[in-house]
Design a protein around this ligand. Structure first.
Ligand SMILES: NC(=O)c1ccc[n+]([C@@H]2O[C@H](COP(=O)([O-])OP(=O)(O)OC[C@H]3O[C@@H](n4cnc5c(N)ncnc54)[C@H](OP(=O)(O)O)[C@@H]3O)[C@@H](O)[C@H]2O)c1
Length: 243
């Protein structure tokens, strides 16, 4: 059976990806940082959809913890077929007042976290001579976003990491791509002040936010047989927000 790891699978986009991959026949390892109840809800949703899964709590920013967890998963299942680097946080603030600690936290989770997980799956995937890695970026990697310097830098870095890893791993049958959502209805965007949400929504040509399952559909496609010759790409799923 195909084994898929989804980081940040307890909520939002990650939950929808976990359910989508489970419906497509993958056994899903649902990673989360600390919200066990939410992670359990994802596992319940996976099972309700007729799929199978398990929980794996670790901080993607902690390289040792990632390495130990992914080694354990590879040992238990004998393989790792799909990695979705979805875990992410957002800390907003104007550049002149942006705290170095917040900069470090955002880069550690959103960019180093993806690097740690990608590095850890590389060995089993190279041995299998197959694998799919899908990094969840953001439209702001290309467009920029005033008040989000660290988040934009991390997401732009993720695209560079995607292209570099794609080149390095293509000959081993491993694809590495990025899905870059626009504005999605999750806890992350619900935390924004109403006026900011409305201002962003006004700029979306589709006139609405995406549902998490609309992002998940792109991920499921890239993980499917149909995605076998696509690598190093960034697929925007953004309702026309930035073309
Ligand atoms: N929402 C949007 O509009 C939007 C747009 C573009 C891109 N994205 C990207 O899509 C991804 C998911 O966003 P979302 O809106 O679904 O976020 P969310 O609802 O805030 O959920 C974040 C998820 O990441 C997990 N997480 C956070 N830090 C972690 C860490 N250090 N280690 C492991 N897991 C960690 C959380 O786990 P716990 O539940 O345990 O806290 C949770 O499962 C992020 O990469 C985000 O940047 C979102």
């Amino acid at each position: 059976m195909s084994i898929a790891i989804v980081t940040g699978g307890s909520r939002g986009i990650g939950r929808a990806i976990a359910v989508g991959l489970a419906q497509a026949g993958h056994h899903v390892v649902i990673n989360y940082a600390g919200n066990e109840a939410a992670a359990q809800e994802t596992l319940d949703a996976v099972q309700a959809a007729g799929g199978s899964g398990e929980l794996a709590r670790f901080d993607v920013g902690d390289e040792e913890a990632v390495s130990a967890a992914i080694k354990g998963i590879a040992k238990a299942h004998g393989r790792i077929d799909v990695l979705v680097n979805n875990a992410g946080i957002s800390v907003d603030g104007l550049l002149a007042r942006f705290k170095a600690d917040d900069w470090g936290r955002v880069l550690q989770t959103n960019l180093s976290g993806a690097f740690h997980c990608l590095k850890a799956v590389t060995r089993p995937m190279m041995k299998q001579r197959s694998g799919r890695v899908i990094n969840i970026g953001s439209v702001v990697a290309a467009s920029g976003s005033a008040g989000q310097p660290a988040y934009c830098a991390a997401k732009a870095g993720l695209e560079g990491l995607t292209r570099s890893a794609a080149l390095e791993l293509a000959g081993r049958g491993i694809t590495v791509n990025c899905v870059a959502p626009g504005f999605v209805d999750t806890d992350m965007t619900r935390a924004l002040p109403d006026d900011r949400r409305e201002a962003i929504l006004e700029q979306v040509p589709a006139g609405r936010m995406a549902g998490p399952e609309e992002i998940a559909a792109a991920v499921v496609f890239l993980a499917s047989d149909g995605g076998s010759y696509i690598t190093g790409q960034t697929l925007g799923v953004n309702g026309g927000l930035y073309l």
